[in-house]
Design a protein around this ligand. Structure first.
Ligand code: TYD
Ligand code: MG
Length: 455
């Protein structure tokens, strides 16, 4: 008789299931991501779908479904609300991912404090910290009042009971990697535990109309199941990112069933918790060096919001046959491409120079609109000629050295005016489409050489 299989293999990245080990996951094509785990027992309750309301299986017309205004709950932080798509949707499942120690627990605790203050019933479940530790953190962020309950527990069956008993409007699970269900034999943090646990939470969210926030750690070399597995199970995925040693953090929407993605919220980690940064441009441009070559103010569009920042470049004679190139905050391949454009289209001997590009402040920006600013910073550093600090530059650069139009040019120029810039170099095509303004001098350019001649 054939032996019943007791283990299966899961892909840590995408959750693909296989009966035998494979070097490459056939689903997501990642290498070496399959891990062995015990077979999950089938539960008699058969938790599979999102909502198991068998008795209510009656199709309805959309007109019969009512959407009430108060379905969205404000978190008390406009920055967070915007990323969520103007507030929390009742019955939604939100995943908050990020490196350990970036501030996920702090952000969610502060959100809970605001919600409780506004009269909502909130349950914060921590599997990572003791009540004492939570209290210590809470004392740093200020007073907590209202219906904010805490529970330190990792067993999801107990948690489910607690939720049914306390009937909160919002539940925080910190973190999904510590949670487990008794009838799944594998360890907490394994793919099957994470998936089963999320299933239970999804049932709670959809069945009882409770908004559930799940914290998930992302680690490069996934010791635990990456929250990637969860991404397609939840409604909204937010990533909290930033350099550990820089104080500000960016909350990025990656997936959102109730709003636009690509929105960002900017926070700053301070002594007493996270503080919203309402005007990130001002913040990013503060402390700019005066009259230094290789520094250019640029504009990147994050979601619906233009953000001004500083692009820095340092170009020095190379001491080796192979010039060194680095890009911090910008895409490395893009920087290489722009250097090649300078070499071929503008006849700069870039192969004799090392080039280092940096987006000041530790921001990570990948928008092509930064191309022209990167090129100008490189040229400015190479010639050791500073660019006018009151001039803002943006535009996409093509392989022929042409400067191409970018989206929302008017909005970017507007932001520059707001921050007191006197001139702006932008694609000619974008300029042609814009309304005339006398608040700022606009220079349209159609290729890189024209732009270089301007400085
Ligand atoms: P935390 O929220 O515990 O991170 P995560 O839950 O993502 O692992 O953040 C912890 C870090 O934040 C820690 O390094 C200390 C710092 N911190 C402050 O700087 N100020 C504060 O008021 C708080 C509460 C934390
Ligand atoms: Mg934490």
């Amino acid at each position: 008789m054939a032996k019943a299989k007791t283990t299966v293999f899961f892909c840590k990245e995408c959750g693909f299931e296989s009966s035998k080990w494979l070097g490459q996951c056939p689903a997501c094509k990642e290498w070496n991501t399959l891990v062995e785990e015990p077979v999950a027992k089938k539960t008699p309750s058969g938790r599979t779908g999102a909502v198991s309301q068998r008795t209510l299986a009656k199709p309805v017309k959309l007109e019969e479904v009512s959407i009430e205004e108060q379905d969205r709950i404000s978190t008390g932080y406009p920055e967070l609300d915007r990323v969520l798509g103007s507030g929390i949707v009742a019955g939604s499942l939100v995943l908050v991912g990020g490196d350990p120690g970036i501030g996920k627990s702090t952000l969610l605790l502060q959100m809970c404090r605001n919600l409780a203050r506004d009269g909502h019933r909130v349950l914060y479940i921590s599997g990572e910290e003791s009540l004492k530790q939570i209290k210590m953190r809470a004392s740093r962020i200020g007073t907590i009042s209202g219906e904010l309950l805490f529970l330190c527990e990792t067993n999801l069956d107990t948690i489910e009971e607690a939720i049914r008993e306390t009937k909160p409007e919002i539940v925080i699970i910190d973190s999904i990697q510590t949670m487990f269900r008794e009838d799944v034999t594998s360890a907490p943090g394994s793919v099957s535990q994470v998936r089963e646990s999320t299933n239970v939470l999804m049932q709670i969210a959809k069945g009882m109309g409770i908004s559930v926030f799940i914290v998930g750690h992302v680690t490069k070399e996934g010791v635990v199941a990456g929250p990637r597995v969860l991404e397609h199970m939840v409604d909204t995925v937010l990533y909290f990112e930033g350099e550990r040693n820089a104080s500000y953090r960016i909350l990025r929407g990656v997936k959102n069933r109730f709003g636009s993605t690509n929105e960002i919220g900017v926070f700053e980690m301070q002594e007493n918790g996270l503080e919203e940064v309402e005007n990130p441009s001002e913040y990013l441009l503060s402390g700019r060096p005066e009259d230094a070559s290789g520094a250019v103010a640029a504009c990147s569009l994050e979601g619906s919001r233009p953000i001004l920042l500083e692009v820095q470049a340092l170009v020095t004679q190379t001491n080796f046959g192979m010039p060194r190139r680095t890009a911090a905050g910008a895409d490395f391949n893009r920087v290489n491409l722009l250097i090649a454009v300078l070499e071929k289209r503008c006849r700069y001997e870039m192969s004799r120079y090392d080039a280092y590009v940096n987006i000041a402040g530790g921001m990570r920006m990948n928008e092509p609109a930064l191309d022209l600013a990167i090129i100008m910073a490189l040229v400015s550093s190479m010639k050791d000629k500073p660019v006018n600090p009151k001039c803002m530059i943006f535009g996409e650069v093509g392989l022929a050295g042409e400067v191409r139009a970018v989206s929302q040019a008017e909005q970017r120029v507007h932001e520059a005016i707001k921050l007191g810039f006197e001139s702006c170099i932008l694609p000619q095509v974008s300029l042609d489409k814009m309304k005339k303004t006398d608040k700022i001098t606009l220079y349209g350019v159609s290729n890189v050489r024209e732009a270089i001649r301007l400085i």
